[in-house]
Design a protein around this ligand. Structure first.
Ligand SMILES: [Mn+2]
Length: 316
């Protein structure tokens, strides 16, 4: 890891043009890790990376520091050949989406990720699937390189870690907490960051509340299943974390599934588990993720996907 970080710093030092991207429909870690790394590079190396994304950035992340620094991929020149393309927090090449040509055209590709990834696309891979967030790896790069961290970088790293660990619920060791402690000592105010994310449209919160209220329960109340129909999907902000978290608070519920009809015959699936690993269920559905937080996108009707999910949970 240390050697890879040193090679990365050398690559950045030698690059005149840099592009950075995360995964499609960025979450807090994807968005804030991209912005933090871009800002670190700009402040410490004097090169201003071009940041791009595909999909939608949730409204609750619209006020994060340097938000305007990242551009929708259709607003950047995808034919430009960058010295360095950095792909972060992406997990699987299909999740890169629109910015993909930038990766294919770049002279050198680096990936920085904490997802399990069978087919890495980087020529240099700074991957660690034990890291609680991609931002944890960014933090390590920053410290190993002796890079200057200002308050915006600190806030971005804290936001990424806080959101990706589900407010520290998913940490498996103390690293993320030690890093957060350091960021707080550097001036991060966690309460202010939470307030900054309380920024959803009213319709989004009301949809989440309604979706949770209409959830169904199976297998002696161990599985909670909620659905969002196409007509409501446009109001959903992000992945519906609040629905997942609300249903997961119910006594006896071990698994929570949220089915989202993104388009006719395209269902986004989010799965959460309170105990046992469920990433294998997401994999069986053609997706992936972490042991207790995973997902998939299935091209089929809501009815069929619902039946398949219920079948997969039968043995659990
Ligand atoms: Mn992540």
């Amino acid at each position: 890891m240390e050697n890879k970080i040193q090679e990365f710093l050398e690559r950045v030092r030698g690059a005149k043009s840099i592009a950075i991207m995360g995964h499609k429909n960025p979450d807090g870690d994807s968005l804030c890790s991209v912005l933090a790394l871009a800002h670190l590079i700009e402040e410490n190396f004097g090169v201003s990376p071009v940041c791009m994304y595909d999909g939608n950035i949730p409204e609750n992340l619209s006020e994060v520091p340097l938000r305007t620094r990242i551009k929708y991929f259709e607003r950047v020149d995808l034919s430009e050949v960058y010295d360095l393309a950095i792909v972060m927090d992406y997990g699987n090449p299909v999740h890169i989406g629109g910015p993909r040509p930038v990766v294919d055209n770049a002279k050198f590709v680096v990936e920085i990720d904490h997802h399990k990834n069978e087919n890495p696309i980087g020529q240099l891979c700074i991957n660690d699937d034990t890291a609680a967030a991609t931002a944890v790896i960014v933090y390590r790069i920053m410290r190993a390189g002796g890079l200057m961290m200002d308050s915006r970088t600190a806030d971005l790293l804290a936001l990424a870690i806080f959101t990706d660990t589900g407010n520290f619920k998913f940490v498996r060791n103390g690293d993320a907490l030690r890093i957060m402690a350091d960021l707080v000592d550097a001036g991060v105010n966690i309460r202010n960051l939470i307030e900054l994310m309380n920024n959803k449209p009213r319709k989004a919160v009301q949809l989440e509340a309604r979706t949770a209220a209409n959830a169904e329960f199976f297998y002696h109340g161990r599985l909670a299943l909620a659905t969002i129909q196409k007509k409501d999907y446009k109001y959903l902000d992000g992945r519906g974390e609040t629905v997942l978290s609300l249903l997961g608070q119910i006594s006896g519920v071990e698994y929570v599934v949220l089915l989202k009809e993104q388009k006719p015959e395209q269902i986004g699936i989010s799965i959460r588990s309170r105990k046992k690993p469920i990433d294998k269920i997401a994999v069986a559905l053609g997706g992936g993720g972490h042991e207790r937080a995973a997902g998939a996108i299935v091209r089929d009707t809501m009815e069929n996907v619902r039946a398949r999910v219920l079948e997969l949970f039968k043995g659990e």
